[in-house]
Design a protein around this ligand. Structure first.
Ligand code: NAP
Length: 237
């Protein structure tokens, strides 16, 4: 059992997820890295512990019902709580544009988020300051795409855009369902960030890209809910 704030970051073994976990750990949280291949999560958690942070890994493929079913008992028995959920795990499948691509993209980016969130919602509701951050993308901002199509033409991938727009819809609906509780739910756009997904030409570092999710994971009680942010600025849906 712990009196410290406990956070789960999905897809925490590399990229933005690992850096979000690092920055939350630096704020004194216990951070749990969800990793679909547990050994990779263990290596990443060990790296954070070597930096003096309180980190550990849990096996979590967001497409695995078995992994998700085990989560609530893991948090209750290990820590007695869960305060922050960062739904960061996601895929962008650029190689094809067909129904199978849509199914695989939605499996990770939408259904995985919904399944993990609903499994952990009772714990988050028990927290004095439950925070849910859905790692979205500006490519899921339909208003932005409609108004400035030229900005995103080289990145346009229908399955990815549709999945992040659906994720944003989940953010709004869940935040409204949880109105009147301490739990806040927001979407984050990290920026175009140098990771395996973002590629080497991306202008932002992971340190900078992680900050939007970290800000939303640490919102004060009077902070917003049901909104979409990039670096402290609201984005349109
Ligand atoms: N980088 C950008 O420019 C950018 C921009 C906008 C939004 N985003 C969003 O930010 C998030 C993180 O992106 P990133 O750039 O850090 O990508 P990344 O470097 O490719 O890392 C993706 C992470 O998600 C995990 N993952 C994928 N499918 C999973 C599943 N079924 N279950 C559990 N984990 C899974 C990966 O695990 P494995 O290591 O096992 O593959 C990895 O840990 C994504 O949601 C992405 O859409 C990124």
């Amino acid at each position: 059992m712990t009196t410290k704030t406990v956070a789960l970051v999905t897809g925490g073994n590399r990229g933005l997820g690992l850096e979000i976990a690092r920055q939350l750990g630096q704020q004194g949280m216990v951070v749990v890295l969800g990793a679909r291949e547990l050994p990779k999560g263990e290596v990443a958690a060990e790296a954070l512990r070597a930096e003096g942070l309180d980190a550990r890994a849990v096996k979590l493929d967001v497409a695995s019902e078995r992994d998700i079913a085990a989560l609530p008992a893991f948090f209750r028995t290990t820590f007695g709580r869960l305060d922050v959920l960062v739904n960061n795990a996601g895929v962008a499948l650029w190689e094809a544009d067909d129904l199978d691509t849509f199914r695989r993209t939605f499996e990770a980016n939408v259904f995985g988020v919904v399944a993990v969130t609903y499994a952990l919602l009772p714990l988050l509701k028990d927290s004095p300051a439950g925070r849910i951050v859905n790692q979205s993308s500006i490519l899921g901002s339909l208003t932005t795409l409609e108004q400035t199509p030229e900005m995103f033409s080289t990145f346009l991938q229908p399955a990815y855009t549709a999945s992040k727009a659906a994720l944003n819809g989940f953010t709004v609906a869940l935040a409204q369902k949880l109105a009147g509780t301490p739990v806040k739910v927001n979407s984050a756009h990290p920026g175009w960030v140098r990771t395996d997904l973002g590629g080497s030409k991306a202008p932002m570092t992971v340190e900078a890209g992680a900050r939007t999710a970290v800000m939303l994971a640490t919102l004060p009680a009077e902070g917003p809910t049901g909104q979409f942010f990039h670096q402290g600025e609201r984005l349109p849906w």
